[in-house]
Design a protein around this ligand. Structure first.
Ligand SMILES: [Zn+2]
Length: 251
């Protein structure tokens, strides 16, 4: 599959969801105003089950994400792609209720994204990487930055994975549009073993630090992806000749 097609059920679901979310915002505003409660963005988002930027956009309120678009983002020298590099680091920090900071670094470039709980982002990335163990794999994983979309395009090439991260300014309009319409935010080709090992290690660190209950309390909308992590670890251990140490998964 090279691109999402208009008939892709995910694309249709996204379009349906967009309309549904707008109705939820209006209803939540009605309910909160009707209750006489002071209205701010977070309670509306919580009641409506939508992302916070959607409400900023519809209410005219100042959106901090709009004022400071990805302040910690830095485009690296390798954004046009390069050979296999010798360094890969990946980090996932729960940075607040419904937010995670995702950082990826290779020998020449670092990118950091503030990822929203609107999607099950860590689980989606683990599933996407698990797809790299199939023949001729291509997987796409989108993170919602409220409102930007960060789209990971993962391509298996021999023993490596080409990672291209594309950035689109507004996820509500970019879902399903071609990858090339987004700006390349970070790109690197890595040995699959090294890339997957780094992501597994970061996910295990999150689980060790927070536990399943702590993760759910912070990420709110989705539990920690235990099954996805176990599946990826199993694929990594049985298919990659990884010489780095591995932590067993906590029971
Ligand atoms: Zn490993």
């Amino acid at each position: 599959m090279s691109q999402l097609s208009p008939t892709n059920p995910l694309t249709q679901a996204r379009a349906d969801d967009s309309a549904l979310r707008r109705r939820r915002v209006l209803k939540a505003l009605d309910d909160l105003v009707g209750d006489g409660q002071p209205t701010s963005v977070s309670p509306v988002a919580r009641v409506a089950g939508v992302n916070r930027s959607l409400i900023y956009r519809h209410s005219g309120a100042d959106d901090p994400a709009q004022q400071q678009p990805s302040p910690r983002y830095r485009l690296g020298e390798n954004s046009q792609g390069g050979g296999m590099t010798g360094r890969i680091e990946f980090d996932w920090q729960l940075s607040g209720t419904g937010w995670a900071t995702c950082r990826i670094v290779d020998a020449t470039a670092e990118a950091t994204y503030e990822v929203s709980y609107c999607t099950d982002a860590l689980a989606d990335l683990l599933h996407g990487l698990a797809g790299m163990y199939r023949p001729d794999p291509v997987e796409r994983v989108s993170f919602d930055l409220e409102p930007a979309e960060i789209r990971w395009v993962l391509r298996g090439i021999g023993a490596g994975v080409d990672v291209s991260i594309h950035r689109f300014p507004d996820m509500s309009t970019s879902f399903g549009v071609p990858d090339a319409d987004g700006a390349v935010s970070w790109r690197s080709t890595q040995p699959r073993s090294r890339l997957v090992h780094a992501v597994i290690g970061a996910a295990q660190k999150v689980l060790q630090e927070h536990g399943e209950a702590g993760y759910k309390a912070r990420w709110v909308r989705f539990p920690f992806p235990v099954a996805a992590l176990q599946d990826l670890l199993r694929l990594h251990l049985s298919n990659d000749e990884c010489d780095q140490p591995h932590e067993p998964l906590a029971p």
